[in-house]
Design a protein. Structure first.
Length: 246
């Protein structure tokens, strides 16, 4: 077992060496999913929708078992959010992300990254030639956008692709819509909420790979949903108050 293998298995968050809008618990959850995938599928393809400067992309760039990594990002200067405010993303470019990654990984490792400055709905098999085994959706945090991103990438995935989502508390209604879509299409799946705001969906055989992670770290869904609703109510109240004062 290599040092990198040991670090992933230990959920060592020092692997995240680039600025990332994720908590320590989020990072441990992402590493737990990555470790489960590595145990189940020795070589894998990763796709990230919403990469910013590459903070959550780096663990896969560094992973010798990740043979290809797609980064899909419209690269907007600002984008909306379910909290009712616009969030700025200054200097948001793939060039900046790749340059940042190059400070922490060799040219060969960074070279396996394929970037697309586009909405997920604009991509097809011409761009995503190899279906990803693991997808992270962490782009626009609105219910409509997360559902649209999932549908766009679902058609480019394979039956056992594992889908992960960040900031699940903001887009929980959108995630419920995704589950309704899978139920409607009779897709067997299992989903878990992991600390602190990570949602994971494993379909068909991938359920066996993710189940130990969900059983060990999974949060109570009803409590999470209630807390998420309460947080959004307070956020909307604050947003309206700021507009009235302004």
């Amino acid at each position: 077992m290599t040092i990198f293998d040991q670090s992933i298995a230990a959920l060592d968050t020092s692997i995240f060496q680039i600025e990332s809008q994720t908590s320590i618990d989020d990072r441990r959850s992402f590493l737990a999913i990555q470790n489960a995938l590595r145990d189940w599928n020795r070589d894998y393809v990763y796709l990230e929708c919403g990469s910013h400067v590459g903070g959550s992309l780096l663990p896969h760039v560094l992973d010798p078992r990740c043979r290809l990594a797609y980064s899909v990002d419209k690269r907007p200067d600002t984008q909306p959010d379910e909290r009712g405010i616009m969030f700025p993303y200054p200097g948001n470019s793939s060039q900046r992300m790749l340059a940042t990654l190059s400070h922490h990984a060799t040219a060969d490792l960074v070279g396996k990254v394929r970037t697309f400055d586009a909405d997920a709905s604009e991509l097809g098999r011409a761009q995503i030639a190899e279906p990803p085994d693991l997808i992270l959706i962490d782009a626009e945090h609105t219910n409509s956008a997360v559902f649209s991103d999932f549908l766009s990438l679902y058609r480019l995935s394979h039956p056992t692709t594992i889908f992960t989502f960040h900031d699940a508390n903001l887009v929980f209604s959108g995630l419920q819509n995704i589950e309704a879509f899978l139920h409607y299409n009779a897709v067997e799946f299992q989903s878990y909420i992991l600390p602190s705001m990570v949602f994971v969906i494993a379909c068909r055989e991938a359920r066996d790979a993710i189940r130990p992670v969900g059983e060990k770290f999974g949060l109570n869904r009803d409590k999470f949903a209630a807390d998420a609703k309460r947080q959004l109510i307070f956020a909307h109240h604050d947003a309206v108050s700021r507009q009235l004062i302004g």
